[in-house]
Design a binder for this molecule. Structure first.
Ligand code: PLP
Length: 396
């Protein structure tokens, strides 16, 4: 018998990102004169929009007024925010979601990491490769490493996962995808929903970047697809939609019509959240509500437009210089196919040394990410332009 959860020792570890940081620290101390440009981080850089700031101030004042003060809030989130989320994120797309199916949280990371608690340790889990590492790591921690089926997303399949060979119980999908920037279109999503309906699998649909979708044909929510209410849980976040990476707010949608083994997953998630989660701060939920006001929505979309202009600058700039790149059209991520089959970590070092630019090696997101490099559009415009200029000049 052992006392500690040894599944943690089976994690691949974030050694690659730690090594990247070491490389950067070494480079900066050896070359203090170089003006380093960071196109690697997945964090936003633009400040919160005015509607959000006003809502924060108003809510903070309320908390100081005896009649308006609030203590513990509802674990599922305040009704005002759950209603606003439905009005802005679901009703316009004809998606039949009700506020009692929305669970406000402090991050999509926590939600996508915690949701696996609803499934048995024996559940077989399908995860895209490459993808946001939290899906895999949270399942490894829970003892499911040997139950993971990888869904390769490569150039040859347009970076879209194909159906797993054997039976799986849970399937993580991420669209727009981090890191490839690929999106699942209506036909692909319909096939996944039909597949899940036929096999009984549950889809965990991470849509944290849906606000970056530009192509009108791409669904903004999986619930645009008929039948999705019976098979899918969806995750959204205010982090990249509204610059809340520091403020923290997100939500999961668990439809009441989603049942497995005779158990209602909406009730299960409610029970889980009530036990382990205290809810998001009132003032933060008021700020999130303000994102969905008409003015707030205009303001956050202007910021997203700004980032997407950066994405366009990177994408077209690299293409003009003869590189093959993917993503960047419906996502803030550009997936750079490395020249001459370079390995992604080695390339990260070369790029840093030759140009002073920091990016993320594709292999950090899974073995199928090898040979690729992720650049992000979250920087400042003039710095993004300068980065592209340096890459063009370096002639890889
Ligand atoms: N899902 C994906 C695909 C992400 O890339 C990220 C953050 O980078 C998250 C979820 C986490 O978002 P949050 O800041 O809401 O925890």
């Amino acid at each position: 018998m052992s006392m500690v959860n040894h599944n943690f020792s089976r994690l691949a570890g974030s050694y690659l990102f730690a090594r990247m940081k070491d490389e950067l620290d070494r480079f900066k101390s050896a070359h203090p004169e170089v003006d380093v440009i960071r196109l690697g981080i997945g964090d936003v850089t633009r400040p919160l929009v005015p509607s959000v700031i006003s809502a924060l101030h108003r809510a903070a004042d309320e908390m100081g007024a005896p009649a308006a003060f609030r203590g513990y809030g509802p674990e599922q989130g305040y009704q005002f925010l759950r209603e606003a989320a439905v009005r802005r994120e679901y009703a316009p797309y004809g998606a039949d979601i009700s506020p009692d199916e929305v669970f406000i949280s402090d991050g999509a990371k926590c939600d996508v990491g915690n949701i696996q608690e609803l499934f048995s340790t024996d559940a077989r889990v399908a995860i895209c490769d490459p993808v946001y590492p939290v899906y895999l790591d949270s399942n490894v921690m829970a003892g499911r490493l040997d139950n993971v089926v990888y869904l390769p997303c490569r150039e040859s399949n347009g970076f879209a996962p194909e159906f797993p060979a054997g039976k799986v119980d849970v399937i993580y999908l991420c669209s727009p995808n981090n890191p490839t920037g690929a999106v699942l279109d209506r036909a692909m999503l319909t096939r996944w929903v039909d597949y899940a309906r036929t096999t009984g699998a549950v889809l965990l649909y991470d849509s944290a970047y849906s606000a970056y979708i530009r192509d009108p044909g791409i669904p903004h929510t999986i619930y645009e697809i008929p039948g999705a209410r019976e098979v899918a849980i969806e995750f959204k976040s205010f982090s990249k939609t509204a610059g809340f990476t520091g403020l923290r707010c997100a939500f999961a949608v668990v439809p009441k019509s989603l049942e497995r083994d005779g158990v209602n997953l909406n009730q299960l998630w409610f029970r889980r959240q009530c036990t382990k989660f205290n809810g998001v701060a009132y003032i933060v939920q008021r700020a999130a509500e303000a994102v969905y006001s008409d003015a707030g929505w205009r303001e956050v979309n202007a910021v997203i437009d700004y980032y997407m202009e950066n994405a366009e600058i990177i994408r077209t700039g690299l293409e003009k210089n003869g590189f093959t790149v993917y993503g960047g059209k419906n996502a803030p991520y550009i997936w750079w196919k490395l020249p001459h089959g370079a390995d992604s970590f080695g390339f990260a070092k070369t790029l840093l040394e030759k140009t002073g630019i920091v990016g993320t090696p594709g292999v950090g997101f899974g073995s199928c990410g090898e040979g690729y490099f992720r650049l992000t559009a979250f920087g400042e415009k003039s710095r993004t332009v300068e980065a592209v200029r340096r890459i063009a000049e370096a002639k890889f």
